[in-house]
Design a protein around this ligand. Structure first.
Ligand SMILES: [Zn+2]
Length: 145
């Protein structure tokens, strides 16, 4: 049995690296600098991977496209919660739907934003997993600062 700090099991799996919000190239560097619970900094990403030096912004404005993923996640949230409220609470008044769904959407914003950006980078960033990234570090990569 492995604990939550054991990272060796997801190193080769792109899906698990995405789930853990790791760099698409090395699967070890973190995509985000702060925790999702940090209300003011949850969206901050380093300019490049702290481990392998891969750029996290392939072009200016790259993450504008992630709003489509955000839209999809929010629609899914609306649908799942709407159906759950309907069946679990016996079709209550409209304000109950609005309150619960609005509250959940606000609370899920950091999670949804981070996964939307990660999906954008994994699907459209043109970055391939390179298990030998240690031998082929990107120019300018450093462990300082
Ligand atoms: Zn990396």
């Amino acid at each position: 049995m492995t604990g939550p700090t054991d990272t060796s099991e997801f190193v080769d799996s792109t899906a698990l690296a995405l789930l853990h919000l790791r760099c698409p190239r090395c699967h070890t560097g973190k995509l985000f600098s702060y925790s999702a619970l940090n209300v003011t900094k949850f969206a901050q990403m380093p300019a490049q991977c702290p481990d392998c030096g891969q750029s996290f912004e392939p072009e200016p404005g790259f993450y504008f496209g992630s709003m489509y993923f955000t839209f999809g996640f929010n629609v899914a949230t609306f649908l799942v919660l709407g159906v759950a409220i309907y069946y679990l609470l016996g079709n209550p008044d409209t304000w109950v739907y609005v309150s619960i769904i609005t509250g959940a959407t606000v609370l899920l914003t950091p999670v949804i934003l981070r996964y939307s950006r990660a999906l954008m980078l994994y699907l459209f960033g043109g970055v391939q997993y390179n298990p030998n990234w240690r031998q082929h570090r990107r120019v300018g990569a450093s462990n300082e600062d």
